[in-house]
Design a protein around this ligand. Structure first.
Ligand code: SF4
Length: 692
């Protein structure tokens, strides 16, 4: 009822990559409630996070003034976010920005930056420009490294573009869909509603996951394969497609290369042999192969269960090959869709917040590309060498090569694998600038904290998993003296000697469009009018293309490539000391490191406590009742956490969400990296589980 609020503002949900459009209802200067509106991805729907996860913006813990660490105050997880006075002192903006800049300016390669997929496209663009133009190198990254970096590596290699080939809504036109390594009912809940409707209409939904996720109830096939055995299972399915001649030779001839090598490689992966590795019966593998190859339109969706392995890039290579050999790219109801996690991880990556690519995935090693950017930027030549990734940057801190960091909206003290290693690195820095809305675990290590704005307090565009660029708008002002992130970046850049003269985010967007073909025909004014445009957009009137690659791929010769993948075992095999498998992830009510959702009253009430999931038989063996405490120990550390009984998880596994600082999952996780995407193996660590 409009009497319930003073104003309403249309914006975009700040949580997952679905990018639901919302209306924020404001009363007395506060967001009172949120409703879904008719965005292209959500068509009025919202999940519990979008509906109830907004009041963190009004939480008492919000940072409202710049803070500078008191002389001699020790760094570490010792600061109460509601009572920080012994560790930090308040400062004016001028003092804090001068102090922040003094510790960064002129330090070249000693500086690195972590930007954020929680910020807008304009803020991501400014952040990568700040590091490149200001310090002359590419040591800038963000949480895509911990998310879909391996998927993007495989997509760039084989398809020529890191973005999805079709929107998830295109499942409406499919007759078969694979969802692998993804738990969309919890992690992309509105996308999952489309998947469920697809199954209800008779679409064949093939779910593949070592955990029996809730989507299993809607599946025609549920392949609960052994953790880490993705390549063996997928290669066996493709083996059957080759063996039975079910591939689309016309499509392969017209649009691909390296097919003969792929075909020859697959010969050894018989379902019978692979069944021993992946644990799926040969006849099921054959049935899935026939079902997918027989689709008129087949889509493949995947999540972190695919990407967060040392063989994450190989997993994605297999999925790409499966789509290509069956001709399931570039037509209605078909496509490749890595479901993006953060609300703006697609946009932040598009905007160049990665160490090897400038905006639009233009490579930093290309002289022509770099000079096109320095021409627009007016100054500041920067290195042709690819920069360091998130985990490599923290290693470089340990080695003494990086001594100062600017961290905007990321929380590596919670989100990095082997988090003690990350925390020690943060403590070692001689200058850490943190820009955030809360005193996060990472801010506990800061020398200076710059209070920033939440999504509902600023203007800016974000890009969802569907390639839809959407307009975010401010509904309320930032609290106290907190500022919009783009403003802070500009002021810091000026103090570091950069000649930046942006007055609004629209100015930044206009500059981005100069060197980003993906933004052709997309302008700030257009987004302000239309709320969303999908890229690529072929004309100022075109709402954008939901399906791409119908007439070839953005690679030399226009052809996609098959890259064969071999079976590689997970880095850390279970043994007598650590006999079980730990896997980590999100759960419906909480977002990533918990800094926002644990401060949202409804979400915190629904899921107030750190928890893990174990099979009932495992709990019985341990002598632990559901709700009792267990201790999880890996080679990196130990946490104690409440255990829930979950029949969907196999008896040799434990699932631990990573949102809870009191039982931080990343104390336990393995930092071993995929060699291509440099993504850590969050989804597999050898663990010992005991009654606590
Ligand atoms: Fe927000 Fe994702 Fe839920 Fe939509 S599905 S409301 S974008 S968290």
């Amino acid at each position: 009822d409009s009497a319930d609020y003073d104003s309403e503002v249309e914006s975009v949900c700040p949580f997952c990559g679905v990018g639901c459009q919302i209306s924020l209802k404001v009363k007395d200067g506060r967001v009172k409630y949120v409703e879904g509106i008719d965005g292209p991805a959500n068509e009025n729907r919202l999940c519990v996070k979008g509906r109830f996860g907004f009041d963190y913006i009004h939480h008492d813990h919000r940072l409202t003034k710049p803070l500078i660490r008191r002389e001699g105050a020790p760094k570490g997880l010792n600061v109460d976010p509601g009572n920080w006075g012994e560790v930090f002192r308040e400062a004016t903006w001028d003092e804090a920005l001068d102090f922040a800049a003094k510790g960064l300016k002129g330090r070249g390669r000693e500086v690195a930056g972590f930007g954020s997929a929680k910020c807008t496209n304009e803020e991501a663009y400014l952040f990568q420009k700040f590091i490149r133009q200001g310090f002359g190198h590419n040591n800038v990254d963000h949480c895509t490294r911990l998310c879909h970096a391996s998927s993007v590596a495989a997509l760039m290699e084989n398809v020529g573009s890191g973005a999805v080939s079709a929107t998830f809504n295109e499942i409406e036109n499919a007759d078969v869909a694979i969802v692998i390594g993804s738990n969309p009912i919890e992690n992309h809940p509105v996308a999952a509603t489309y998947f469920k409707q697809f199954a209800k209409r008779g679409g064949k939904l093939i779910v593949m996951d070592p955990r029996g996720t809730a989507l299993k109830r809607h599946a025609s096939h549920m392949l609960q394969f052994r953790p880490g055995a993705d390549v063996s299972m997928l290669n066996a399915i493709m083996h059957v497609i080759v063996e039975e001649g079910l591939y689309d030779q016309g499509y392969i001839d017209r649009f691909t290369e390296n097919w003969e090598a792929e075909k020859a490689h697959l010969a050894q992966f018989t379902p019978e042999k692979m069944s021993e590795i992946c644990g799926i019966a040969p006849e099921v593998l054959r049935d899935v192969a026939r079902t997918f190859a027989g689709a008129k339109g087949g889509m493949i969706f995947w999540g972190m269960g695919v990407s967060q392995h040392i063989h994450g890039t190989d997993n994605s290579r297999c999925l790409i090959s499966l789509a290509l050999m069956t001709g399931n790219v570039g037509k209605p109801g078909a496509g490749l869709h890595p479901l993006r996690g953060q609300n703006n991880v697609q946009g932040a990556s598009d905007a160049g917040l990665i160490p090897m690519f400038l905006p639009d995935y233009q490579t930093v090693t290309d002289d022509g590309v770099r000079s096109a950017f320095t021409e627009v930027w007016g100054s500041g030549d920067f290195s042709a060498e690819k920069g360091l990734t998130v985990t490599e940057i923290l290693d470089a801190v340990h080695h003494g090569d990086i001594k100062a960091m600017y961290v905007l909206g990321e929380n590596p003290a919670m989100s990095d694998p082997d988090v003690e290693h990350a925390r020690e690195a943060l403590a070692k820095l001689d200058h850490l600038v943190v820009q955030d809305i809360f005193l996060t675990e990472t801010a506990n290590y800061a020398d200076v904290i710059l209070p920033a704005s939440a999504f509902a307090e600023k203007s800016g565009t974000v890009t969802n998993t569907n390639r839809q660029v959407q307009m975010g708008r401010p509904a309320v002002p930032p609290p106290g003296e907190a500022k919009e992130d783009w403003w802070i970046e500009v002021e810091l850049a000026k103090r570091c000697g950069l000649n930046w003269a942006y007055e609004t985010p629209a100015d930044v967007f206009a500059e981005m469009a100069l060197n980003m073909k993906s933004l052709s025909n997309i302008t700030w004014d257009r987004l302000a009018r239309e709320n969303a445009v999908t890229y690529p957009s072929l004309s100022p009137e075109d709402p954008g293309q939901p399906i791409v690659f119908g007439d070839g791929f953005p690679r030399d010769g226009g052809r996609a490539k098959f890259t064969p993948a071999s079976v590689i075992a997970p880095d850390e095999a279970p043994d007598a000391d650590y006999p079980m498998i730990l896997t980590t992830g999100r759960q419906l009510e909480h977002w990533h490191t918990g800094s926002m959702t644990r401060r949202s009253a409804v979400l915190d009430a629904v899921e107030p406590e750190a928890n893990c999931s174990l099979h009932p038989s495992t709990l019985r063996k341990l002598g632990v009742e559901p709700g009792g405490m267990v201790r999880l120990t890996t080679r990196r550390g130990s946490v104690e956490v409440m255990a829930r009984a979950d029949r969907a998880i196999s008896p040799d596994m434990v699932f631990l969400p990573f949102a809870f600082v009191e039982a931080a999952a990343n104390i336990l996780t393995n930092p071993a990296l995929d060699p291509y995407g440099k993504i850590p193996e969050f989804k597999f660590a050898a663990v010992r589980v005991e009654a606590a």
